[in-house]
Design a protein around this ligand. Structure first.
Ligand code: NAD
Length: 320
């Protein structure tokens, strides 16, 4: 059972993951126990569901004050610059992705916070990693600045755990697919855009090649994985860098065929851009047996179930 005395701060709460994670955490821990924060204005789905504060995590002092003022015990750090956006301004991506994490780890250590969550990504893997069933421990030589920052972040997390005993936990998310909040500039964004365009235009122009396979996951699985990891007993967590996590792998051609089962007139064409190069450097599928064995991870959504659920929910939104 989750401890009801927790006070949780979610940083980057208005992003693709943050909105749904905040809502789920509020269901479990209570509305007042989960403080949402972001640079942006409060997301419409969060309004009225619990406390919201404006926070730039690059400002360590403001963050420190907030931790003290709200008696924060756990932090979920979701603020980051994602893969495609990162390639446009590599030094900014490095600066934000690293400094935000170091600010959180440092204050967490100083104030003896109980638990920290920080997501990594399958982007830590590069062209020299095995492409299929990429193992937890293997060659890791990322070629995007996003991947480089995630890999460095993983090393920092493990360092803080080993050196200071800080309980930091992390998952290497695959591409995440959701209907509640928009994706924030990643290479796997196509797998969200395709559903919107299928319903709104009956057509999608893919920026990735038809046969580019990438590891993906439906948001309800990602939220459940995150909370299950955070609620697992500490002695079950053997990976203190970041866990491989998997659900499904598919290509633009495969997902469009699945959408056509529901919308027979849907069509797709291809206009490849620079994101292809990023996708080509990543794995096609991931071996997450360590997460399965350590804390019992098991995905619920395959391509068929996810497609059906996405279309049903987006249709409802279009009608309202
Ligand atoms: P997102 O871009 O949708 O959301 C990030 C949020 O952080 C935004 O609301 C943004 O306003 C906020 N933010 C940015 N800079 C900030 C700052 N300085 N201070 C406070 N808030 C700030 O990203 P997301 O998709 O929700 O991703 C969350 C985390 O998960 C990131 O670390 C990302 O790298 C990781 N991840 C995401 C995916 C995915 O497919 N979405 C896959 C792998 C890993």
């Amino acid at each position: 059972m989750p401890n009801r005395d927790e006070k949780i701060l979610v940083i980057g709460a208005c992003g693709q993951i943050g909105v749904e994670l905040t809502l789920q955490l509020r269901k479990i821990y209570g509305e007042q126990a989960v403080i949402a924060s972001d640079l942006r204005e409060e997301h419409s789905l969060l309004k009225g569901t619990g406390p919201y504060v404006s926070l730039d995590i690059m400002n360590k002092e403001t963050f420190h004050v907030l931790v003290l003022r709200y008696n924060i015990t756990q932090v979920y750090l979701l603020a980051a610059i994602l893969s495609a956006t990162g390639e446009k301004n590599p030094t900014l991506a490095w600066h934000i992705n690293m400094q935000s994490l170091l600010n959180v780890l440092d204050v967490a250590r100083e104030e003896n916070l109980k638990k920290i969550y920080w997501p990594s990504s399958i982007a830590v893997f590069g062209p020299t990693s095995p492409k299929e069933n990429t193992p937890q421990h293997t060659t890791i030589e990322p070629t995007t600045i996003y991947g480089i920052s995630k890999y460095a972040g993983e090393r920092w997390c493990e360092y803080y755990f080993k050196r200071y005993g800080l309980d930091v936990r992390s998952l290497r998310y695959p591409g995440l697919i959701s209907y509640k909040s928009q994706p924030g500039g990643g290479t796997t964004d196509y797998a969200v855009e395709i559903f919107h365009d299928a319903l709104n235009k009956g057509h999608y122009t893919s920026f990735l090649q038809p046969d580019t396979y990438l590891p993906m996951m439906y948001m309800p699985d990602a939220i459940r994985a995150t909370i299950e990891l955070m609620e697992a007993d500490a002695d079950k967590i053997s990976v203190r860098s970041s866990y491989n996590l998997a659900a499904v792998s598919f290509s633009p051609k495969e997902i469009s065929a699945e959408i056509q089962k529901h919308l027979p007139d849907f069509s797709i064409n291809y206009k490849i851009d620079s994101r292809q190069q990023i996708a080509d450097s990543w794995p096609q599928s991931i071996d997450d047996s360590q997460a399965q064995n350590d804390w019992g991870w098991k995905p619920e959504y395959d391509l068929e179930r996810m497609t059906k659920d996405m279309l049903e929910n987006l249709k409802k939104e279009l009608k309202s």
